[in-house]
Every structure is written in structure tokens, then in C-alpha cells.
Design a protein around this ligand. Structure first.
Ligand code: NAP
Ligand code: GLV
Length: 312
């Protein structure tokens, strides 16, 4: 029997309790604030944006599971316990969700939906010509669990795909790999549709500034479904307004929710989605957490442990 201390503000916990019950009826599910006493027996935390300091007050926690693949919400806690494994979400539901979102977004820019939507809003019958997918160069920034699934979803359509990551990757059919900062400008120069799937770290914050975005070919589009800290928004907007960049889709923002008075809502060529590219699904996530608790209890290494030094 495992005790799970669950934290997710603003959403009903019932669907999560049920999801854990379906996977393992012996799980004791405790939704915050009903976490019991810090002196109770061993427990596992499963949290999203928990209040800073809360996890430290429960020294009985054996491992911390992040409800998302991103752990920036945990890294912001100055009292984050560092002596227990911290495990990032990596369930199949998240991967499927991101693959669908990237496929949808790449197709939207390849087939010029932002331009068509503007034409519709002005009652203009404006037909557009789009190149075949094999002539469209997609560049995926970040080739981890989600970047790989995005590439797998795009491959059947024939896109010309490249990926950029920190460490070298084995050669792979259908994806050209670029590694490290030295290769970033070459990667950008061959990319018509850029897909951001990077974690938020010291290294990735502000990475896509005016200079970097200008390395993309004229007429390129930018999609960001990683974290909002990646892009200097004023620079992106300046390049959209000048016509150098053709369009963008943003799912993530430095400030969320995006304030209602943000001019971004009305930016021509920009599609906005409210951080819903891949929302963690209770069924697959509960299965993932229970599986990894099993590994820990068996003395094995769980999947997807956060490397505190790298920050992801
Ligand atoms: P992951 O498996 O850890 O992959 C991260 C990728 O980024 C890796 O390929 C890594 O390179 C690369 N990377 C990290 N820092 C880098 C740097 N400085 N330079 C170059 N490459 C770098 O993470 P994931 O599961 O794919 O998730 C990625 C991110 O997506 C999450 O951190 C989260 O922020 C975001 N996300 C967003 C949503 C949404 O709904 N919008 C949903 C889920 C996740 P290496 O391969 O060399 O390590
Ligand atoms: C969502 O943003 C996640 O990090 O899973």
C-alpha cells in the first residue's frame, strides 16, 4: 500500500482519486490540504505548483513526482527537498497529446492558416499556394521524450525534419541532428517551421532573441509548446510586424494566464492556445506513478529522474 500526497490547485481531485483506484485499489490518495501529519508514515508526493516550503515540511516523503514533464514549478521552491528522487512526468498520454498538438500546429503554418484566418476576418477570398510537405523544413528544438514523439508524428507526412539538443544523438532515418550551441545558428538557418520543446532552464531562458530568430529564413514560422521563457516576445512580435516572420503559435508564456489586456491576443499572424498542448491525463499518469513507486520499492531506479545540475 502506498500513500500519495497529491497537490493540484483549482481542479477537482475526484477524477485523480478514481484514476489511482483503477490502477491500484490499495493506494491511499490524500488530496491537499488533507495530507495528514508530517509524522505519518512514508509517502510519495505528486504535485503541480505546490506552495513553496510545503514539501520540506513533510520529511516522510520518499520521492517527488511532478505532475508535468516540466519541473520549473518545483525549481522555484527555495526549500525543495534535494535528498529524494524527483521524477518528471513521462507517461504515454502526455506524449500522444504533444504529438497531436505539434502535428496540428505544423500543418496550420505549412498550410498558412494564420493568413487564411486573417483573410476570412476581412471577408477576402484569398487563395494561397502551399509547398508540399517534403519541401518544408521543420526544426524541433529539444529532442527529448516529447521532441521524439513530435518527429514520429510528422515523419509520415514527409516533412524534412531536423532536431537540436544538448547531447549528440544516434543517427536516425528521417531526422538530421544538430548538437549544442555552436550548431544552433546552422539549425535555425535550415528551418522553415521551428517547434520549441525545450525545458525552462538558465541556458534556455531568452535563447530565442532577435538575433537568433533572425537566423531563421525569411518567411519562417515559430511554434512554442515548451516554456514561455524561451522566446523574447518583443523580438518575436517585431519580426512578425516587419513581415520577416510569417506566423507563430504560442502555447506557453512568461506570465500565465496571459493577461486579458495583453496586445498579443490581437497580434496578426499569431495563434494562441492556453497552455494546453499536452495536459497530463489522469489514467496514464496514475499508471506511470504507480509503476515508478513499484520500482522505487523494489530498489530499482525510477524513470525520468530530474538532474538538478542540468535543471531538467
Ligand atoms: P526531456 O525529455 O527532458 O527533453 C528535453 C530536451 O531538451 C532534450 O533533448 C535536451 O537535450 C534538450 N535540451 C535541454 N536543455 C538544452 C540546451 N541548453 N540546449 C540544447 N538542448 C537542450 O523533456 P520532455 O519530456 O521532452 O519535455 C520538454 C518540455 O516540454 C518540458 O520541460 C516542459 O517544459 C514542456 N511541456 C509543455 C507542455 C505543454 O502543454 N505546453 C506539456 C508537457 C511538457 P538532451 O537530449 O541532450 O538532454
Ligand atoms: C506541462 O506544461 C508539463 O510540463 O507537462
Amino acid at each position: 500500500m502506498s500513500r500519495i500526497l497529491f497537490y493540484l490547485d483549482g481542479y477537482s481531485h475526484d477524477v485523480w482519486r478514481e484514476a489511482f483506484r483503477a490502477v491500484d485499489p490499495s493506494v491511499e490518495f490524500r488530496g491537499f490540504p488533507d495530507w495528514g501529519s508530517p509524522d505519518d508514515g512514508p509517502a510519495y508526493a505528486f504535485v503541480w505548483e505546490a506552495e513553496p516550503g510545503l514539501l520540506k515540511r513533510f520529511p516522510n516523503i520518499k520521492a517527488i513526482f511532478s505532475l508535468g514533464a516540466g519541473v520549473d514549478h518545483l525549481m522555484r521552491d527555495p526549500d525543495l527537498p534535494k535528498d529524494v528522487p524527483i521524477i518528471r512526468m513521462g507517461d504515454d498520454g502526455l506524449k500522444e497529446g504533444m504529438a497531436e498538438y505539434v502535428l496540428m500546429s505544423v500543418l496550420m503554418h505549412h498550410r498558412q492558416m494564420p493568413l487564411l484566418a486573417t483573410a476570412q476576418s476581412k471577408a477576402r477570398w484569398q487563395r494561397v499556394f502551399s509547398r508540399p510537405a517534403r519541401h518544408v523544413r521543420v526544426g524541433i528544438l529539444g529532442y527529448g521524450a516529447l521532441g521524439k514523439c513530435a518527429a514520429e508524428a510528422l515523419k509520415p507526412l514527409g516533412y524534412n525534419i531536423a532536431a537540436w539538443s544538448r547531447s549528440p544523438k544516434p543517427a536516425e532515418d528521417g531526422v538530421q541532428h544538430f548538437t549544442g550551441e555552436d550548431a544552433l545558428n546552422d539549425f535555425l538557418a535550415r528551418t522553415d517551421i521551428l517547434v520549441g520543446l525545450l525545458p525552462s532552464t538558465k541556458e534556455t531562458e531568452g535563447l530565442l532573441n532577435f538575433d537568433r530568430l533572425s537566423r531563421l529564413p525569411e518567411g519562417a514560422s515559430v511554434i512554442n509548446a515548451g516554456r514561455g521563457t524561451l522566446i523574447v516576445l518583443e523580438d518575436l512580435i517585431a519580426l512578425l510586424n516587419s513581415g520577416y516572420l510569417k506566423g507563430a503559435t504560442l502555447d506557453v508564456f512568461p506570465e500565465e494566464p496571459l493577461p486579458a489586456d495583453s496586445p498579443l491576443w490581437h497580434q496578426e499572424g499569431l495563434l494562441i492556445t492556453p497552455h494546453c498542448a499536452a495536459i497530463t491525463r489522469p489514467d496514464t499518469a496514475a499508471e506511470y506513478v504507480v509503476r515508478n513507486i513499484g520500482r522505487i520499492e523494489a530498489g530499482e531506479v525510477p524513470e525520468n529522474i530530474l538532474d538538478l545540475g542540468r535543471g531538467y
